[in-house]
Structure formats: C-alpha cells, structure tokens
Design a protein around this ligand. Structure first.
Ligand code: NAG
Ligand code: NAG
Ligand code: NAG
Ligand code: NAG
Length: 294
C-alpha cells in the first residue's frame, strides 16, 4: 500500500519534472553561442541543455554569445569543478570585446578554485575603457561544486548588481554624470571560460594546479537574457524607453528585501574590497564614495 502510494507519487513527480524541463527548454547551444577556442574541450549533455568546458594541461576552453547586449538581466546556472581545483579559474563575464583590448568594458565573475575542502572564492571586477582594478572577493554560503547555482548580472544606467541565487552580493552605482568608472556605452557579449591561473589565483599563486586530476570541468545550463539586444548600425538600445523591468525605477536601487540580503553578505562574506584598500589606493577611486543603499 505504502509502496504503491510512493510509486504513484514518484510518477507524478516525474511528470512535474518533465513538464518543468519542457518549459525551460531553449533550443541548442549554437542558437546563441559560439566556441571561442578549443572546440574539442567543449561538450554537451545528450539533450544539449547542459554544457561542459574542460581544462587540461594543454588548454582550457571558452564560449561567447553571438549577440551583444546593452543593459538587461543576464543569468546562467553554473556548477564548478569539484575536488582539488586549486589554480583553476572559471570566468563568467560580460565584455565589449572578444579579447583583452585596451578600451574594453567588462563585468566579471571569476571563480577561484581551491584545494579539496578549502572554500572557493568568487571575485568580481568592473572595467571601463580598459581600466579594472576594482576587485571584490567573497566567500559563498554553499559549496558551488555540489550543485548548480544561479549567477546573474543586472545592468542599467544606474547600477550594476552581481547576484548569486538572487542575493545581491555587489552593487556598483553610477553617479549620473560623465565619469570614467561606470560602463554604460559599449554593448557587451557574455562569455565563459575555464583556464589555468596557478600563477595568481589560489593563495596568491602558492597553490599549483594538480594536473594529475585533469580534466577539470565546469558545467552550465539555463542561460537567460532579458535585455536589449544590440543591432548595428544604429542600436535600439541607446534610448531606453523604461518599459523594461530591468530599466525601470525599481531596478535602479535595491529593494528593501535585497538590502537586507546585501547587508548580510557585507557583514559575513566579504573577503576583500578594493574600496577598503588604502594601501593600494591612497586616494580611493571616485566610485567608492557612492552608496549602495541609495
Ligand atoms: C537565442 O537565439 C534565438 C535564435 O537566434 C533568438 O531568437 C533568441 O533571442 C536568443 N536568445 C537570447 C537570450 O539571446
Ligand atoms: C579610452 O582609453 C584609450 C586608450 O587607453 C584612450 O586613448 C581614450 O582616451 C580613452 N577614452 C576615454 C573616453 O576615456
Ligand atoms: C583557499 O583556501 C585558503 C585556506 O582556507 C584560503 O586562505 C583562500 O582564501 C582560499 N581561496 C583562494 C582563492 O586562495
Ligand atoms: C576594511 O579595512 C579594515 C582596516 O584595514 C579592516 O579591519 C576590515 O576588515 C576591512 N573590511 C573589508 C570588508 O575588507
């Protein structure tokens, strides 16, 4: 009796899962992305919905969107390299160019691997016209290698917010004037890549990548964009008509609930904040005086 009840519950759950999967099914990788380098280090699940990037001693791998966007909500689920991943960096970022050009704008999430059992760190950075140096580092409140978590960027002309599972971990404000810190002009592609960074990533480069454990694999699914797709030559994205939620007044500031979450992150998870590094910046950069609470 009990076995039968749980069996039919199982069937119902299975149905629910199947229906939910169908609802988020989004076509294939090639619709929106291309591989940047080493095609043979990229693979997908059978149904094409999960993507894997792998790193071995020879090379890593990366992909990018075919389209560029200016403002919006950008989101993806990632599961990071499990076990001993010291030296391995998975980057998930937006950038106006597909190279390290001297005038690029960029918004970065970087996941810094670690020895087994030691915490992954998440580093974020903002570049405008080729200038970065705006790092923050956070610990996470979960093990990002155990399951998929959602990493998102909200970008409008008023603020850039980095989210982890919808919790705002970093807020980068504009001041409404012409400035050299807030990227808002250049449309950006979205990228992800995996690479070896054992010259700096883990404990400042002290921990080297253990190549015996290669390949190192990071996994992706559920890419979504709710934003303005750039069209050359004259983009629709220039004049924003405030009809999109990510561009409306309510998206110019954190909500009250988001402020509570953000305060908790600030109290508990910030490892490094360049705005608090007066050794590196005797005069703190201009944007450091802007309040994330406004
Ligand atoms: C993905 O590609 C399809 C087909 O080209 C397009 O209709 C859709 O808008 C794209 N999705 C995103 C999120 O850019
Ligand atoms: C952007 O950077 C380039 C190269 O460093 C520089 O020549 C240019 O003046 C900068 N543009 C602006 C608007 O600051
Ligand atoms: C790796 O673990 C060590 C020891 O817990 C920690 O000090 C370090 O911040 C962690 N992450 C990185 C990227 O070094
Ligand atoms: C900011 O700097 C002070 C003084 O060096 C330090 O005590 C504090 O922990 C730092 N906070 C963050 C979030 O880095």
């Amino acid at each position: 009796m009990e076995a039968k009840a749980s069996a039919s519950l199982g069937v119902i759950l299975l149905l629910v899962v199947v229906i939910a999967e169908a609802a988020v099914s989004k076509g294939s990788f090639e619709d929106n992305f291309s591989i940047m380098w080493s095609e043979n280090h990229f693979s997908t699940s059978k149904d094409g919905q999960i993507w894997y990037l792998s790193l071995d001693k020879e090379t890593g791998c990366g992909f990018q969107t075919k389209q560029r966007y200016r403002f919006g909500w950008f989101s993806m689920k990632l599961k990071l390299v499990a076990g001993d991943s010291a030296g391995v960096v998975t980057a998930y970022y937006m950038c106006s160019e597909n190279g390290a050009g001297p005038e690029r704008d960029e918004l970065d999430f970087e996941f810094l691997g670690n020895r087994t059992g030691q915490p992954f760190l998440i580093q974020t950075n903002v570049y405008k016209n080729g200038t970065g140096g705006r790092e923050m580092r956070h610990m996470l409140w979960f093990d990002p290698t155990e399951d998929y978590h959602t990493y998102s960027i909200l970008w409008n002309n008023h603020q850039i917010v980095f989210f982890v599972d919808r919790v705002p971990i970093r807020v980068f404000k504009n001041n409404g004037k012409e400035n050299n810190f807030f990227p808002n002009e250049k449309p950006m592609y979205l990228f992800s890549s995996i690479w070896n960074a054992d010259d700096w990533a883990t404990r400042g480069g002290l921990e080297k990548t253990n190549w015996k454990l290669a390949p190192f694999v990071s996994s992706y699914k559920d890419f979504s964009v709710d934003g303005c797709q750039w069209k050359d030559p004259y983009p629709a994205c220039v004049s924003t008509t405030a009809k999109n939620w990510w561009d409306q007044y309510s998206a110019w500031h954190l909500s009250d609930d988001q402020k509570k979450d953000y305060a908790w992150v600030q109290r508990n998870l910030v490892i490094y904040d360049y705005c608090n590094d007066s050794q590196r910046y005797p005069t703190l950069p201009e944007e450091c005086s802007l309040s994330p609470w406004d």
